[in-house]
Design a protein around this ligand. Structure first.
Ligand code: ADP
Ligand code: K
Ligand code: ZN
Length: 434
């Protein structure tokens, strides 16, 4: 089912004409209303009037996550503050988070695109949607929520956590659709098995999974274990939230980017050069309709490629292939983004620790675990065991508080972590091997 046939099947020529009109309008808006952009445009020697064709987008400056941080919290907003009706923030940062603001129309568009996404997965108004994305500053929960209400489906706003209870709710309410991270769906499956419940025998038929990278192998496993169609959804808070692109159930082969709202490019992450169609590189997105915090050529850091070949479903919007990784070194532990540098800053602020640490990432069952191994000073190491254990517990709590991830902390002997002459290897990722 195509939610908005007119928009989603626009012939490419018409689609590009619409994109160009919206791109020009975007440039005028940010140039007039966002000092950061006016400065950047001037530095690049470009004015809105220079945008004559769609390919002129390459004349425009990039926007990076750092630009959002530098303008924390509201510096990149392009509308008066009283027209902002909701804020969200990226879960992945301590201190300066990246904050996004939505106008009424932004929220309306978001719900619309989420509704398109759910329809692409085969969801209708008759469905019962178990929404296990986290509600809060994270965009996942509320994003999926309003998108599900748009066509009139029934939403169960479960949010994250309380896994045993979620299994019982799945059984008792008989949800037909589940929205969560792919790894969490497998965790739910484990919990269901323990409770003696076979998810394949429940009415559940569709899974809408995103917020973290996953593979085709993982899809096959989820589909077999849950007895559902498992579909990939992509998004990021800076651009909107979930629903920037979505797979169709007909093809299950790449996520259609809603090109009437987003202009995608693929660049070489090192040189910044635009790559030809089909090439693999960093996804860059320009928001064409966003009012609250419109972004010009935002560097997502996500590595993918674009597929312009026609799709079996009839949608004309380009498809992006699975995100294979990030061009930076971010870890995603159970859907929560963690940068090694964030853990580092916590370690460095803790008394008695040496600046030598390693992050061990492993996979136990279907969940990612992180162990922080950090050396203690000579003086602390000679302390009683129970004092060391107390320190470990305290550090674990701090990491949980600041980063939202549960990490196992192990204080190790001085000089026991391997030194490096070049770049230190902070992350030991054992997930591929297991
Ligand atoms: P945060 O977790 O920092 O709040 P977001 O939730 O906006 O930020 O996370 C967005 C990021 O999550 C994307 O840039 C991408 O790296 C990752 N992501 C989201 N959906 C997918 C997906 N379907 N496949 C792979 N990675 C994804
Ligand atoms: K995420
Ligand atoms: Zn399709």
């Amino acid at each position: 089912m195509i939610f908005d046939v007119d928009r989603e099947t626009l012939p490419r020529e018409e689609l590009e004409a619409l994109q160009l009109r919206r791109l020009k309008n975007l440039c005028e808006r940010v140039y007039a209303n966002v000092p950061h952009y006016r400065r950047r445009f001037e530095e690049a020697g470009v004015t809105p009037a220079d945008i004559k064709r769609l390919s002129d987008v390459t004349l425009l400056p990039f926007t990076e996550k750092q630009d959002l941080r530098n303008n924390y919290p509201f510096g990149l907003f392009a509308v008066p503050k009283d027209t902002i009706v909701r804020l969200h923030a990226s879960s992945g940062t301590t201190g300066k988070a990246t904050v996004v603001g939505y106008t009424k129309r932004d929220l309306d568009n978001w719900a619309e695109l989420m509704a398109r996404s759910l329809a692409a997965a085969g969801v209708t108004r008759r469905d019962l949607i178990h929404n296990a994305y986290g509600y809060g500053l994270f965009t996942g929960g509320l994003g999926a929520h309003y998108g599900a209400e748009r066509p009139g489906a029934t939403v169960i706003p479960v949010s994250g956590g309380a896994t045993k209870r979620q299994v019982l709710l799945l059984r008792d309410f008989g949800a037909t659709v589940i929205c969560c991270t792919p790894s969490y769906s497998l965790y739910l499956h484990e919990a269901a098995e323990e409770a003696g419940i076979d998810l394949r025998e429940l009415p559940l038929r569709i899974g809408v999974f995103g917020a973290e990278p996953w593979t085709e192998e993982m899809r096959a496993e989820i589909e077999a274990k849950l007895g559902i169609d498992a579909l990939n959804i992509y998004g990021l808070s800076e651009i909107m939230g979930p629903g920037v692109s979505m797979e169709c159930v007909e093809a299950k082969c790449g996520m259609h980017i809603y090109e009437d709202h987003f202009l995608p490019e693929i660049i070489d992450p090192v040189s910044g050069e635009t790559l030809p169609p089909g090439a693999t590189g960093e996804l860059v997105i320009t928001t064409l309709t966003k009012e609250g915090i419109p972004l010009v050529r935002y560097r997502t850091r996500d590595i993918t490629s674009l597929d312009y070949t026609p799709c079996a479903c009839g949608r004309t919007h380009v498809r992006m292939r699975r995100v294979t990784g990030r061009s930076d070194d971010m870890l995603i532990i159970r859907g929560v983004n963690v940068f090694p540098s964030q853990i580092e800053s916590i370690l460095m602020e803790t008394e008695g620790l040496a600046p030598h640490y390693q992050l061990l990432v492993t996979r136990e069952g279907n969940l990612d675990n992180i162990e922080v191994q950090v050396e203690v000073s000579e003086e602390f190491f000679s302390d009683e065991i129970k004092n060391l254990q107390r320190r470990e517990a305290r550090l674990q709590k701090t990491i949980k508080e600041f980063l939202g991830v549960t990490a196992k902390v192990r204080l190790v002997e001085p000089r026991s972590i391997q030194r490096s002459e070049g770049k230190a290897k902070r992350v030991i990722d054992m997930r591929e091997k297991s």
